[in-house]
Design a protein. Structure first.
Length: 539
């Protein structure tokens, strides 16, 4: 059972991770042509997002986690009727919350527009995006329920539909409405997002209907006493998660105020301050967050897996899943950090049409921020484990402490003209470091984990350093032979991926049992270890 649990969450994380990577690529394909289409009109588009993100957190951040955990616990005990009751009551709650947040954003568009100071035309953008809040809220009920059943394909497919429709419909509406003005073109792009959420909701609802037919007949269970306090239990889990999820959007809003004003205070002009802020938020943060797709997917898969193991009082499964999760977060986070550090300038130049001045600033910020990828991976993964163990308030407290450290450090460092915007990047790394290390110490103590430091941290670090060195040399050689081109960057990244993959195998970061859980892994296990893995490893 322990092996099956471990294999189930790894498989679920792989499904969500692959879908997340594809979605990130599609998202980039959307924003690049949209920027080329709107140019200055992107101000209308970007102005809406901090407030939309915050309302989205309020309406849907914590409850899906609560649903997946409560459903997983009931299914683990064979209580499918109880799992359905959790879903129905959570769905009703999310419909209500989604309606309220949609109405706030739609009818409060004028007030929000006065805050962002972009112009009255941004009212159209707020109203175009408002329906998405309702659609996402309802969709989260389905996603939480299916994830609690360890069915990750519904979430993955709905995410893909969401991104594809956003790409096609958003660009189509923006282009069609562009002759009417930039504010209307931005409204069209955001209408495409609302439409994409509606269609994604329809897709995941179909997955739910299909899955429901596969579950045991509920008729015999209808006479069972109704479970009391489902909503209370949902909120007990969801509220701390929602508070935690709102911390980073709020610090993003604080960033937008503090960074530019602080840069002005130390002598930068408005244009210089805005250039540095855009370099950090647009050119760097977007790239830094890309590796987080994999660890976010891992965290989503961890909550129900750990919850089910805890409900069965299987401490062995909890420890096994926790250690594997830490290992995977390091195997993902460390090489991404090394690659972005070594190829900081090349990656930014490849992705953006950027001036030399901004490229130099962004590359420096990327090198600093790349270190944060390691800690961000740890934060996201351990948050999933700790929430699954029923301690959802702990990651909230730790992240709040990290955010407080970030604000204090940012204010202290940025007032030094020699550091300026680099201070904001350093402070963000510190935020994730504080939260990640506190989460790790807490989990080790709570689950009484025995960690093999060399296996979990030493091997991925060594492989990442070697990969970074080889990639640096490969890029230098390719630039000498081919010049600094996009092809050089792509080939350098390819070299890094191949080298790291080889080192993962040579250093035996995965055991024979780990390899047996992935498609084709048994054959690779025999090649590397010279023996068949134990049958029990196959679940």
């Amino acid at each position: 059972m322990k092996s099956e649990q471990k294999r189930s969450f790894v498989r679920g994380a792989a499904i969500l991770g692959l879908a997340g990577l594809v979605c990130k690529v599609i998202g980039a394909l959307f924003r690049i042509p949209l920027y080329n289409l709107l140019e200055d009109g992107m101000a209308y588009y970007e102005a809406v997002y901090p407030y939309y993100s915050w309302l989205l957190v309020v309406s849907s951040a914590g409850i899906p986690t609560a649903i997946s955990r409560m459903v997983a616990e009931r299914v683990a005990m064979g209580d499918h009727a109880g799992a359905r009751r959790v879903f129905r009551r959570a769905q009703a709650l999310l419909v209500g919350i989604g309606l309220v947040t949609t109405l706030i954003m739609f009818f409060g568009a004028g007030w929000f527009a006065s805050l962002v100071e972009v112009g009255e035309g941004v009212v159209l953008s707020f109203r175009a995006l408002a329906p998405a809040l309702l659609f996402v809220s309802v969709m989260c009920a389905y996603r939480g329920y299916l994830q609690g059943l360890q069915c990750m394909s519904g979430t993955a497919v709905s995410q893909l539909v969401e991104q594809v429709v956003k790409l096609v419909a958003g660009l189509f509406f923006a282009a069609k409405l562009l002759p009417m003005g930039l504010e209307y073109a931005a409204m069209g792009a955001l209408l495409g997002i609302s439409l994409s959420e509606l269609l994604a909701l329809a897709v995941i609802a179909l997955f739910y209907v299909r899955r429901r037919r596969m579950l045991p007949d509920m008729a015999a269970a209808r006479a069972a006493a109704q479970e009391e306090g489902v909503i209370r239990s949902l909120l007990a889990i969801a509220v701390p998660v929602t508070i935690g999820a709102s911390i980073m959007p709020m610090t993003g809003i604080i960033d937008s105020v503090l960074i530019v004003s602080t840069l002005r205070d130390i002598g930068f002009s408005d244009a210089e301050a805005n250039l540095r802020y855009v370099a950090l938020r647009t050119n760097v943060t977007t790239v830094i967050n890309m590796p987080a797709v994999l660890t976010t997917s891992l965290a989503m898969s961890l909550v129900p897996a750990v919850s089910a193991a805890r409900r069965r009082h299987s401490i062995g499964s909890v420890r096994s899943i926790s250690v594997t999760a830490i290992k995977l977060s390091m195997i993902v986070g460390l090489p991404c950090a090394a690659g972005l550090f070594v190829l900081s300038e090349q990656v930014i130049d490849f992705l953006y049409d950027i001036t030399p001045d901004r490229l130099a600033i962004a590359a420096s910020l990327m090198r600093i921020s790349s270190v944060g990828v390691v800690f961000l991976s740890l934060v996201q993964t351990l948050t999933g484990v700790i929430q699954g163990l029923g301690k959802q308030q702990v990651p909230v407290i730790n992240l709040a402490l990290g955010a407080a450290a970030k604000v204090a450090l940012m204010l202290a460092l940025m007032h030094d003209p020699a550091i300026n915007i680099d201070g904001a990047a350093i402070a963000t790394v510190a935020c994730y470091a504080v939260a990640g290390l506190l989460d790790l110490f807490y989990l080790v103590r709570l689950a009484r984990l025995s960690l093999n430091v060399w296996d979990l941290f030493g091997k991925p670090l060594l492989a990442s350093l070697l990969m970074g060195g080889v990639t640096f040399l490969a890029e230098a050689a390719l630039s000498y032979a081919l010049g600094s081109t996009s092809l050089t960057t792509l080939l350098s990244v390819g070299v890094g991926v191949l080298v790291y993959g080889a080192l993962v195998l040579l250093l035996r970061m995965f055991s024979a049992e780990d390899l047996a859980r992935i498609p084709g892994g048994a054959r690779l296990s025999r090649l590397l270890y010279g023996a068949r893995p134990k049958e029990g490893a196959r679940g």
